[in-house]
Unconditional design. Structure first.
Length: 710
């Protein structure tokens, strides 16, 4: 027996709800709004005129007078207090700007307040800058390198030549960094007591600088006793094992840096300081030992996190929760164990751009866990054991057939592995097993669909020279992933995907970011129906069971392109071979005809992503600040996925351009991008590719995410 109760609000109830909402909003705004103090004015804007070499944002960071902050980058006086204008602070700011210019090599720079404009209780300040000519490095002398081995002396000379080159602008920061790099080179090679000194003479009338560095190497040292402080309840043995500093071993600050990183990677310390205890004056004995003091600050060994989110794109809309628990000393030994649960529901067929009302609710869930053992095999190698289980719908078409079955997968995967960091290099080796069991949320399950098992070892590595992970501004990042399936399971293949990312600073807050990647898949026992399917929508003589097995394995192992972290002018998986998916279309046989003009050759029946064997992607992005926490991006993406092996189709660019907006948060920037497919610069009209979807009638796509696209 089933009872249904419907509650219809009356007009008076609606008016009461509106009144309550208005009252609550008024209370919030009155509590959140700030006021300018009596007889004072708020600083609305600081403008610069005449600055060519240094940008406005850089100069604003060098002064104490700051513009009134804006809530969400738009509203002043809401949540944040106004910044009160103070003319005495402004006078000191003029000196601060001139000092900043001198540090950048402009010793003749002058700054004056040209205009202070009042508009009610708001003030705008205009500062006029006369930068003058820069001071140029004319001469660099180095003394004391003759006491070093020839190879080390040559390396020191190269560092100085690259950091303080003749003809460059003389900047105090580079002047200091060169000395720091010179001292670190010596201490990395055992000269713990190395002393350096720097001096510079600036001739302002001729705008030239003469620079000198003096080096006193001292004796080559070794590590002494290692003393650890601040452990509290944390056991000392695994900490010493991770440090891996042996008394009597060759002294090196590079080794101390690696030891510090190894302790931080244990996940149980909020801060780690490793300091050599150097005596003064330097000992004159041969191979002196340097005691090492390690000071740590333990963090919480257990934590719980909760959250949630919404995902909306052209394929799906879902609402999900997030909950997790982590222990960083699981059964002692500083083992780390974490578990995370993400339950959610997909609103089907709600999606961009129509936002059709949901007809069905498709439950989905993901459960992930990881156990990590530090000091596995050797001091700084971690042992890993990962497991993950999930249930999710398989949604492939931007124009779903509501009468077709809704396919889902029960997926279980995981396996053991090891990983290790070598300075800027990270490497991991693991073996992974994956089981995918099909089912349907609605409709009958195709009888030829069956359980798929994939087993493969994976080697993954990165080389990270970026200046930051959340907001990279300069540097490069390299990664590569190699898999070889066939150690049991249904698939035998080799899969390789290297990637390059580069970041070039065009100013203090402006970045040119680039990314390129290629992917190669070489299957041995599947994939032979992909090209025929993409061209004609048929199995090419294969049995229906073989056809379905091919489609299943390509969906799990093949390459796709398009979406938020890929080509942003296309929806997810829109770039690449498209064809017929038998189990996605009721009653489809191996002779189903998807050629142009054939009866029944609809998008839902024939225009479904199959996955390809050869991938290339390239992106370039210009990132710039807007206001407060807001920043913008102008980007161009290009990519292609081929239905053939080792076929890079450079004449299939799938070129899109677009604009993006980011809002900075403590967990990273919230990102919104809109990409437009440039007419005439898309892939040729080949049978293996179908027509991509549109957004609001235009050839474009929108994407949302957290973190930069790359």
């Amino acid at each position: 027996m089933r009872f249904t109760v419907e509650l219809a609000p009356t007009q008076s109830a609606k008016r009461f709800a509106v009144a309550c909402f208005a009252a609550c909003s008024g209370v919030f705004l009155s509590a959140a709004c700030a006021k300018v103090p009596q007889n004072r004015a708020a600083l609305d804007r600081v403008e610069f005129v005449g600055n060519q070499q240094l940008g406005d944002n850089e100069l604003k960071k060098s002064i104490a007078s700051s513009e009134s902050p804006r809530f969400l980058g738009l509203f002043k006086g809401v949540v944040y207090d106004y910044t009160v204008f103070d003319r005495y602070v402004l006078e000191r700011d003029l000196e601060r700007i001139e000092r900043h210019y001198r540090a950048k090599g402009f010793y003749r720079a002058r700054v004056r307040a040209a205009r202070v404009t009042y508009s009610g209780r708001q003030v705008r300040v205009q500062l006029v800058v006369e930068e003058g000519p820069p001071v140029i490095v004319k001469r660099v002398d180095v003394h004391g390198l003759e006491a070093l081995p020839p190879e080390l002396a040559t390396e020191a000379s190269s560092i100085i030549a690259s950091q303080m080159a003749l003809g460059d602008r003389f900047e105090e920061e580079h002047f200091l960094q060169t000395e720091t790099a010179l001292r670190k080179l010596l201490t990395d090679h055992g000269y713990a007591y190395a002393a350096t000194r720097r001096s510079a003479g600036v001739d302002i009338p001729t705008n030239v600088a003469s620079v000198g560095y003096w080096v006193t190497p001292g004796p080559v040292a070794r590590f002494g006793e290692v003393r650890i402080e601040g452990l509290g309840s944390i056991p000392e043995a695994p900490v010493r094992r991770a440090l891996d500093i042996t008394t009597g071993g060759p002294y090196s600050t590079a080794e101390l840096d690696s030891a510090r990183q190894a302790l931080l990677e244990l996940g149980v310390f909020s801060s780690v300081e490793i300091e050599p205890e150097l005596t003064s004056p330097a000992p004159q004995t041969r191979d002196p030992q340097v005691p090492i003091r390690v000071r740590v600050e333990p963090s919480k060994l257990r934590s719980v996190h909760v959250g949630g989110g919404v995902q909306i794109d052209t394929l799906r809309t879902d609402v999900h929760l997030l909950g997790g628990w982590e222990s960083r000393n699981f059964f002692g030994g500083l083992r780390s164990f974490s578990v995370e649960l993400t339950p959610g529901v997909v609103l089907y067929p709600t999606r961009l751009p129509t936002f059709q009302a949901p007809k069905r609710l498709l439950p989905e869930v993901k459960l992930r866990s990881e156990l990590r053992q530090p000091g596995f095999i050797e001091a700084r190698t971690g042992g890993l054991l990962r497991a993950e289980g999930s249930i999710f719908p398989v949604l492939l078409s931007t124009k779903p057939d509501l009468a077709a079955p809704i396919l889902g997968y029960r997926e279980v995967k995981g396996g053991p592995g090891v990983d290790r960091s070598f300075g800027k290099v990270y490497a991991s080796l693991s073996h992974n097993a994956q089981l995918n069991s099909p089912f349907t949320y609605f409709g009958a399950l195709d009888p030829d669909l069956r359980l798929i098992v994939i087993s493969y070892p994976e080697l993954f590595g990165t080389f990270d020279l970026r200046d930051g992970r959340v907001h990279p501004h300069s540097g490069v990042y390299l990664s590569a992933r190699l898999q070889a399936a066939g150690v049991g399971g249904d698939a035998r293949d080799v899969k390789l995907q290297p990637e390059f990312r580069g970041y070039v600073p065009l100013g203090p807050d402006v970045t040119l970011a680039m990314r390129t990647t290629v992917g190669l898949l070489y299957p041995d026992n599947y994939g032979d129906t992909v090209e025929t399917n993409a061209l004609t929508g048929t199995a090419g003589g294969a049995t229906r069971a073989h056809w379905i097995r091919d489609v299943q394995l390509m969906f799990l192992r093949g390459f796709f392109s398009g979406g938020s972290g890929s080509n942003r002018g296309y929806a997810e998986r829109e770039i690449g071979p498209h064809g017929a998916v038998p189990f996605y279309n009721p009653g489809q046989t191996t002779s189903f005809d998807c050629t142009a003009g054939a009866p029944g050759a609809s998008q839902t029946a024939c225009d479904l992503p199959l996955g390809g064997f050869t991938l290339w992607e390239a992106s370039i992005e210009f990132r710039y600040p807007i206001e407060g926490p807001f920043s913008g991006a102008i980007f161009s993406d290009a990519s292609d996925v081929s239905p053939r092996r080792s076929q890079f189709r450079w004449d299939h660019p799938h070129l899109s351009v677009g604009l993006g907006v980011r809002y900075d948060t403590p967990v990273g920037p919230i990102r919104a991008d809109a990409g437009y497919r440039i007419p005439g610069l898309q892939a040729p009209d080949t049978p293996d590719e179908r027509r991509p979807g549109k957004l609001f009638g235009a050839p474009m796509a929108a994407s949302f995410g957290i973190g930069e696209s790359f």
